[in-house]
Design a protein around this ligand. Sequence first.
Ligand code: HEM
Length: 451
Amino acid sequence: MKLFVPPTVAPPARPLGILASLRAVRQNVLTILPELSFDQPIVTGRTGPARWHMVQGPEGLRRIFLDNAENYPKSEVMIRMLRPAVGSSLFTSEGADWRWQRRAIAPVFTARNVDALAPVMTQTAERASRRIGSVEGPVEMVAQMLSATFDVICEVALSGREHFDADAYGAAITQYFLTVGRASLLDFLEVPYWIPRPGELFARGCIRTMHNMVSRAIEARRADSSRSGDRDLLDHMIAASDAETGRRMNARDLLHNMQFFIVAGHETTALALSWSLFLLANAPEVQEAARAQAKGILGERAATAADLDAMPLVEQILEEAMRLYPPVGLLARNVLAADRLYDRDIEPGDTVFLNLYALHRHRQLWEEPQSFDPARFSADRSAGRDRYSYLPFGAGPRICVGANFAMMQARIILATLLARYRFTPSGAAPLPVMHMTIRPEPGVRLRADPL
Ligand code: HEM
């Protein structure tokens, strides 16, 4: 079977000069990842006075994520950008402030708790499938998938929605991403932290809108003594406590963490789904095989958690889509003390970029790295693969706390859609564009023919 090779952004043969980088990076961070990063485990460079290293070798990533993680705190620039929206949430904190929150929040996302949220995901998949069916002509899938995953997080994080105007919240998120969220690689190197940028001032209004809505939902829930039955994500977060100290989250901690879950959790998952649908539309044989599996189990109904293990291809497709297009393609870290990665001295004050995009397409690690081949994630072919060669959710102590949750909803939604529609391309293929996440631009337009 001939494998589908999706279009890519050509890397520059030589590192760009500072002005060319600046221009390129505002458009698409992927355009400045050097060609060398797809062959070498580490690339070092300078932008003005700042020295940086891009790391895309499993050994180096293991040292940064795990063995010497304390030496590589999250980049201050990234934290500064997110802090107005999500304060000192789990994602944006370090040290003791991070540790107690991690101990309190990790148990909220156990497999058992996530399983209990699956019925809501099944209902959402049903609604998403109906929405797609109601569109005349080609369907823009990114918008559809964003509505579906936003629907899930609203239901499990703020259920009821009577305190929550999902449309107004959605508009505020979009505005936020267009302003502050448009971080560029060079923002990490060039600007003194204390200079407020016009975007930040502009974003304050969006943040206020989002905070007010989430706070109202949390307060209403805390005041509601009549709740019984299954607990959702917000119930678990309100009840969560640090097993070592007994500390619980106050109103501000809850607001910031719920706000992060809503914003980060839904966009990343929607991108994994959108890229999966784009790839499948262009690989009809893979799509047919996955459909046969899904339809064989589901018939006419939407997928539930209990169905998923019998459809391994659905999971492999999502994994392969996140290999080619990791929703979070690049992470930035500061360096506290001198260290050595490969043959390089890493100095305090340097910036380290964890280049997950290049790791996942690395020529020394993957066969036919540019091709869409979900079978590479079958049990046989995954055996013996270095765990640090595939890291869509990060690794080590700061690994994504919502990975189970994301995979559960993505598998339920994708299986349900595959069993009901045949997807074919309509219009030009999108290109990957990275700002904070890797999005298909200008979108994923597909025909969705009911079966
Ligand atoms: C496909 C979907 C997702 C992807 C690809 C993804 C990716 C990631 C990555 C790469 C990190 C590590 C960041 C770092 O080390 O700097 C991370 C952390 C995190 N993610 Fe996710 N994520 C996804 C979905 C979610 C969801 C659904 C939630 C919550 C509902 C979530 C909540 C978090 C939190 C709270 C952290 C910070 C953990 C910590 O620092 O202790 N993510 N995610």
